[in-house]
Ligand binder design. Structure first.
Ligand code: FES
Length: 171
């Protein structure tokens, strides 16, 4: 994987299509509880990461990454109430007090770290669709489908312990 095969314009009127395993944006592009970074993903790329995407239809979907308590989190930009984009201005996902993600349409609120809906009209127990990402060397990457999800920490430790870490996904 190369970190240079996709570029992200610093201006946010451009939403890059990010393929699995590729860079989403530089780490410093998203600051804690501030503006998020919008990008696009293909269902074929993320179908292995999330369970609620119909991968029979290969379409391009909006997504975003934000930072909360120092950690980057990425979600499909799709409310759990109605499949509408969340941000009230492009890239603006947080409430005024910066504690939750809010949907601009009907004010559903979500925990930034899990995507769990905590108020509003979304169905009980609903969540935003979270994407698997990895942050390393000052950049944020969309993980490869069907890899990180199915390799548990325990399995990683066993593989490393037995010198089989070459079998681990190379993000
Ligand atoms: S579409 Fe998000 S709360 Fe209704």
């Amino acid at each position: 994987m190369s970190s240079t095969d996709q570029t992200n314009a610093p201006e946010d009127d451009f939403e890059p299509l990010i393929q699995a395993g590729h860079r989403i944006c530089p780490s410093d592009r998203i600051q804690d509880q501030e503006e998020g970074f919008r990008f696009m993903v293909r269902t074929s790329d993320i179908a292995g990461m999330v369970g609620s995407i119909d991968h029979r239809v290969d379409e391009t979907l909006p997504a975003f990454v934000i930072r909360f308590d120092g950690q980057a989190h990425a979600y499909l930009n799709r409310c759990a109430h109605v499949a509408m984009e969340l941000d009230w201005q492009p890239g603006q996902f947080f409430t005024n007090d910066k504690t939750t993600i809010i949907c601009a349409s009907h004010d559903a609120q979500y925990l930034p770290d899990t995507g769990e809906c905590i108020s509003g009209p979304c169905p009980h127990g609903s969540r935003l669709i979270k994407l698997q990402i990895e942050e390393k060397a000052g950049e944020i990457f969309l993980c490869q489908a069907n890899k990180k999800v199915f390799i548990t920490d325990t399995l990683q430790k066993v593989l490393i312990k037995h010198g089989r870490d070459s079998l681990l996904p190379n993000f």
